[in-house]
Ligand binder design. Structure first.
Ligand SMILES: [Zn+2]
Length: 397
């Protein structure tokens, strides 16, 4: 095996970080590097922006080739440094006496992903795109002698949260429901009844699974946003989803506008994160632990019980929360982690009720979800009825 590894003891536990280059030989690296350079040059012409792509074109005129050996050295030494640093500050992620964080480098665009199918308590396995390492670690250091450690930390915190969820048996969608709903869809010759439902449920599970991961990832950010515009848009998109009647259409719409391809405030990652934040605000209130609310760059509140929160949410698109104590965040996580699907929404709604947040300002409610579900079925039925009726046939239930 072609790999680089380093081991350290943290709180008496042996931790390893291993980068595996089997699928990422020099030839593959060179292709990715060329793509990276071309992209950077194109950026300088179009000014197009993509979040994970660092905009080197402003600072660098010429992209001197980075040798494969340096790519490997930088990737490994900086990445392992960040992981050890992260684990020292968050030892809760070390779930066994000997934990190996294994990353297999692959050729794909910009991905860094937890692999639940192979991982166990001793082996947290990930796929990491070589282009991810080029973008975030190797090129920034080679050309600018600067790496955005916080940004990378966020990625890792997110993916390690999936590892913990998986290790504790909390990734229920993958484990049970995806299969169940998939079977239901296979049993009908007309997918139109079930395809919107499949993605509706998928999104509900992701509110918790991706939401918590994203919340944890932002634990150290100085400010965390609540974006009401994003919440409304997310709900609008779920409503649209219930009116699609074709599996492919559903999948495309879901992936692009609701799921992982939408990392803006209207995506399910962000919406799940907002829900976690409200749960944390409830914890802060109960613990009498003060925090700040910021609006348009101004600090408008410092305390633990903001009476006009609901009003504020009704009349503003974006507000920011800052200075939440680490104890508050950790306590919120311990409430959130054991919940899934409906239970997560229920926990969230309980906190909203306590904070005086009205139905219309909530990200999701049990009632609303049930309504969406009913609406999806009703729409599919009426679509069939109409289609049959037009040709003089009858719809039989
Ligand atoms: Zn994720």
């Amino acid at each position: 095996m072609d790999e680089k590894g380093r081991f350290e003891y943290i709180n008496g536990k042996k931790v390893g970080v291993i980068l595996n280059f089997d699928l990422y030989p020099e030839k593959v690296y060179k292709e990715d590097f060329e793509r990276f350079v071309n992209y950077q040059k194109k950026l300088s012409l179009t000014g197009e922006v993509w979040e994970t792509y660092f905009k080197f074109y402003k600072q660098i005129k010429e992209f001197k080739e980075i040798p494969y050996g340096i790519f490997r050295d930088y990737s490994f030494s900086f990445f392992s440094k960040i992981v050890f640093e992260l684990l020292k500050n968050n030892p809760g992620f070390i779930v066994s006496n000997s934990l190996n964080i294994q990353i297999k480098l692959i050729q794909e665009e910009d991905t860094f992903q937890y692999r639940d199918k192979v991982s166990d308590a001793e082996n947290a396995c990930f796929y990491g795109a070589g282009s991810w390492f080029i973008q975030l670690i190797v090129a920034p250091f080679f050309y600018l002698k600067h790496i955005d450690f916080n940004y990378i930390m966020r990625f890792l915190l997110h993916e390690l949260t999936h590892f913990i969820d998986h290790n504790e048996g909390k990734l229920l969608w993958e484990k049970r429901y995806k299969y169940k709903l998939g079977e239901l869809m296979k049993n009908t010759r007309d997918y139109s009844l079930y395809s919107p439902l499949f993605f509706l449920y998928y999104s509900m599970f992701n509110l918790r699974e991706e939401g918590l991961a994203d919340f944890v990832a932002r634990m150290n950010s100085p400010m965390i946003e609540i974006n009401m515009g994003g919440i409304k848009e997310y709900n609008k998109n779920l409503d649209k989803l219930t009116k699609l009647t074709n599996l492919e259409e559903c999948r495309n719409f879901y992936e692009k506008d609701i799921g992982w391809n939408n990392l803006t405030p209207s995506g399910e990652f962000a919406n799940g994160r907002f829900m976690c934040l409200f749960i944390a605000l409830y914890v802060a209130k109960r613990r009498k632990s003060p925090y700040y609310i910021n609006l348009e760059g101004k600090n408008i509140f410092n305390g633990y019980q903001f009476k006009n929160l609901d009003k504020l949410l009704s009349s503003n698109r974006v507000i920011f929360i800052s200075n939440l104590s680490k104890d508050v965040i950790n306590e919120a996580i311990t409430y959130i982690r054991p919940t899934a699907h409906y239970y997560f929404i229920r926990l969230y709604e309980g906190c909203c009720k306590n904070l005086g947040i009205s139905d219309k300002n909530r990200v999701m409610t049990e009632k609303r979800f049930y309504k969406l579900k009913k609406q999806a079925i009703a729409y599919a039925k009426s679509e069939r009825k109409g289609r049959l009726g037009k040709e003089g046939f009858r719809y039989i239930e």
